[in-house]
Design a protein around this ligand. Structure first.
Ligand code: FPP
Length: 238
């Protein structure tokens, strides 16, 4: 299929570089995560101005449990604090928030807040913010395959019905369009298990800025640059 569509309707961001940002200032890594959390609001607010309907952010990966206990516990506290502090504002600003990732390993108190925020913002549609916590692309596809196999076992589905579209319905992201643009901050050119299935045709931008320094100006520039690219989805331009 060829397309001349130039809109980055869905942008996904790997918010990297918080630790280095803090270390450069001689501060603990957690302080970098706090500074990073503060950047989110401005980027979400910029989305409607540049035609971004969906913003998906990578907050904690299935691999991030390998960090020190202090950092992991600090991040979990930060997620809870962020949800409590931002809830009313997100409701008022028309942001619909949803979470992706495996909730099984998360503390009950965090999961309860995630549910509360999803419910409180369920009627909003100005911007769709999806936050990935305990998310990994391989883990997501594995969990989807398990649920799909279960449905086949139960006779709800035949193996011959399985195709890419059916499998995508079992993914955490079943409610989302595929990302058009994936941005990673802090100079690393890796996708680190983020939206592996969904990013098959996404454009990537790897930029040097550390996440706590990422501004709406830079976001606007990257989205505008995307608008000038040709996307062919493996076909030819018509
Ligand atoms: C990567 O930086 C960042 C993370 C693992 C955490 C991302 C979390 C936030 C931006 C803040 C909280 C988010 C929400 C949704 C409230 P890094 O620690 O790997 O940085 P480094 O590569 O410099 O060490």
């Amino acid at each position: 299929m060829a397309s001349t569509s130039k809109k980055a309707g869905h942008v996904a961001i790997i918010m990297d570089g918080n630790g280095r940002w803090a270390q450069m200032r001689g501060r603990p890594r957690l302080m970098g995560h706090h500074a990073g959390a503060k950047r989110i609001r401005e980027i979400v607010e910029t989305c409607p101005d540049v035609g971004v309907k969906h913003l998906t952010i990578f907050a904690f990966s299935t691999e991030n449990w390998k960090r020190t206990q202090t950092e992991v516990a600090g991040l979990m506290r930060l997620f809870k604090r962020y949800i409590r502090r931002e809830m009313q504002d997100l409701v008022d600003r028309g942001v619909r928030v949803r979470f992706i990732g495996d909730r099984v390993r998360l503390e009950d108190s965090l999961v309860a807040l995630m549910d509360e925020l999803e419910l409180a913002t369920a009627d909003n549609s100005r911007v769709h913010l999806t936050i990935a916590i305990n998310y990994g692309g391989r883990d997501e596809v594995t969990r989807a395959a398990k649920r799909l196999a279960f449905d086949v076992e139960q006779g709800k589905l035949s193996h011959s019905d399985v195709n890419a579209e059916v499998l995508a319905r079992y993914l955490d992201t079943h409610f989302l369009p595929d990302p058009d643009l994936v941005i990673r901050t802090s100079g690393e050119a890796r996708i680190s298990n983020f939206l592996l299935w969904q990013s098959a045709y996404a454009e990537y931008e790897f930029i040097d800025t550390l996440w706590p320094d990422f501004t709406s100006e830079e976001f606007i520039n990257l989205v505008s640059k995307f608008g000038t690219r040709e996307r062919r989805f493996g076909g030819v331009l018509v």
